[in-house]
Design a protein around this ligand. Sequence first.
Ligand SMILES: [Zn+2]
Length: 343
Amino acid sequence: MAAPKWPIIGHEWAVELWQRSLATDHIAHTYLLAGPPQIGKSTLALTFAQALNCTGDESPCGQCRACRLIASGRHPDVRLVETERAASGERKGKREIGIDQVRALQHEVNLKPYEGRWKVAIIAGAEELSLEAANALLKTLEEPPPQVVLILTATSSEALLPTIASRCQLITLRPLPAATIESALLSRGVPAERARLLSHLAEGRIGWAIQASQDESLLIARQDTLAQLVRLAAARRSERLAYAQVLAQRFSRDGEGPEEVGAVLELWAGWWRDVLLVQEGCPELVVNVDREEVLRREAGRCRPEQSQAFLQALRQTQEQLAQNVNPRLALEVLLLSVPVGPG
Ligand SMILES: [Zn+2]
């Protein structure tokens, strides 16, 4: 009999692996789901929690009490632990998972399941565990109580303490193909042109694509940043320096500053990778599919070596900013190296 279909977009082999474990009753106690942000790690972990506790015929049925409680985050035996900041959804609160959160979790997993078959603890963004919290968690990973499954998620296993990563069964998730994301968006009623654009911009992050299909502001911010970038390529030296200062001030702001500037530089890197692709005769591979005309124009304004040099300058700037180099200086150097064409 074929296993029931899980409501998961992509990640087929990971789903099959867990389906086999369930069918043969070989459930590991500790898993690590590794992969880039927003590719569906937490969704997959929650669906596994449903499959473990579902009482319907086709597990996970999505309809029974257990499935519904887990989907709404109210199942007494399934616990999601994350940073305050991630839980707030508004980039507020603490950026780390603290020792108190791990202790509370340990207390819970040591009790018998209330109503499910399995207690499931999902530690989302495990790279944010404080050192103290990680060391405390180690105890539970070394001797997990029976009927407990711990699922950690992180961008990579290297982001965790080796002592933690080595105790988990590693499941590595890859970014999804654009076609998979596009058809998922179409099936959710996203208009065709928008689905195509988002599926390319998402670069494999299904979570981002779904979010962007519901939240107009993400695309508007991208449009503004790209328009600014194209303007700068034709701007005078003084304007570029002025913009470097704006970015440096933004970077130095508490809290979100470095992240916002990092996102701008990421977007620029994606743009210049596209310019280079057009210059090298591979326009079908570009990410910014709604800007092909501008890309072609920009590609004609400079040589491929200049695009490559600027991409390298971008990487260097990102590294320097991460290493606390004077942000204004680093950004000025970057802005002055934006390729200027023959005009
Ligand atoms: Zn169910």
